[in-house]
Every structure is written in C-alpha cells, then in structure tokens.
Write a new protein. Sequence first.
Length: 326
Amino acid sequence: MKKYILGLLALTFTFGSAHAQMEEGFESLNLDSGTVLNGSDGSLSFDNGTLHMPLGWDTSWGGYWASGWALSSKINGQEGASDFNSQLYCAKPAWGAEGAGQGKTFAIGQNGAYLLNKSGGGMTILSFYIANTTYAFNSMKNGDMFAKKFGGNSGSDADSFVLEIESFMEGNSMSKQRVALADFRSSNSNEDSIMGGWNLVFLQSFLQDSIVFRLFSSDNGDFGMNTPAFFALDRILVGRTESVEQLPTLADLSAFPNPSFGAIELRSSWPIDGVQVQDVQGRVMAADVQSLGLGRAKVSMHAAPGVYTLRVQSGAQTKSLRWICQ
C-alpha cells in the first residue's frame, strides 16, 4: 500500500520574529486538472510530515470512496441540478482557497473524516478554510431525488447543514465548534444562506493531536442524512511558538468605518493572514475578504444589520474586534 508524501506548499521560518508556520494548500502535489486521489490506487493516506489524512477506499461492488479524504483538482462550481458523478469532488467556489487560477487542488472530506497532527506537540493546527462541495450546494439549493430543497416549497422550513469540528489531545476533547454550511433557521428569510465561498475557521484549541469533522443536517430519512455529507477543506495553517515575548500582538489593529454598511477595512503594522466573521451566537458568517496589501484587508458581507465579531489572524496570533453593521 502506498502513501503520498505531500511537499510543503509554504514553510516559513521568520527569523528575528518568533514563530514558524506552515500552510498546506496541496498545490505542491501538482495534480493534473481533473485528477482525484481518493485511495483507488491502493493509497492509505496522504502525509506531509506534520499532517496525516487517511483515505477510505472500499473495493466492494467494483470499488468506491467510502470514508476519509480525497484530494481533488476538479474545477466545477457551476450552479444547477445536483450531479453525484460530476460534482462530488468539486468545491463550490470552483477554485481552491488561494483564488482563481492559483488554488488548483483542495481536499474533500466525508462525514467523520479526521486530521492527525503528528508533530508531537511541537506544532499546532491554527486555522483552515472550509466550503461546500458543488454537489451538496446544488442539492440544498434545488433539491434532488434524495434530498429536499432547503427552505421547502414555502421557503420557511428551518433547515440547516452544519459542520462540527472537535479537537482532541491524547483522547481528551479540547474544543468543539460548529460552522453552518447552510442556515435557514432565522425567522427572517432574507437571512437564509448556503455557503458559496471559502470561509476561514480559527480553531478554539491551541493544543491538539487530532481533529474530527462531523456533519449534521435537518434533512434526514430512514437511512440517515439525505443532504450529501461532504465538505471542502483547504489552506491548513500550522504554527509553532518559540518565544511569546516576540510574537506580533496586533495591538495596533484598527477597523473603519465602524459602524458601516456591509464593508469594513482593517489596518495593522503586522501582516493580516486571515479574517473570520462571527455573529452574536458564534456562527461563522459568509464573507468576502480582499487583501489590500501588507497589513490591510477589506471585509464585505451580505447580512442583517447587527453586531458581529471580526477575528483577525497574523501568524499564530489572533485578535477580535467588534463590527457594527448597519
């Protein structure tokens, strides 16, 4: 049985600052367009030295992808009827989290997929980007022969599709958080949403040796979940802190204008590596984050007026700011 050894996409040691970090975006695999690595060739896992991602190919019935992960370079984010054969290994944003023309490879996970952190405590998984698969997105938006259209015919059904992320250390649960891949639970139908882009998720625990991903849907039947139980993952950030005193503190991070109407600009003397938007219930909101150069970023989103939290990442550090959206 084979293992694919993933080269590190970006391994950066910042001398004189105090942290080393690695971002795994899977681009170093150099997969040909349309290629999928799912274990059908006998591979058991994908490894890059720190991260371990198991596969689960089942040879029964001619063979099928039964569990775990697949790495994919199938680019198809087209909306329309759901199609298992053409959309299963596709991320709804089409490209990977690096952006159009840059992110050509990403991971697709099934319900129950897990990551292992093999660093032995020397490195910790800090964040990653998640998205819907094209298959699940189209199924929820339009319905299909197995699953309902989210919201129902009236549009008022309180449907949801949620990814639960649980971190473990030596068998003990360290943190658990949930991200809505689709959310129709608000009494205001204008707030109904199906995640169509890549969204940054910060892990709540800075100590973990494994992370388990579980999916939950409001649409279930006699045989379990009707909603296609798949999600996309990309740009896994792993970091190591060597000297807390020298770490960037983001102390000068500012956001303006605040309050604002659907868009806000962030500025810092430190690089802004990622931004996550959460509502008052801690749910991750779909948002567009545009880099404006070193230490500057613009965040835009379509959401109801209210108070939101901006979690900004620079290396291994994060800082939260309040955003009043009018």
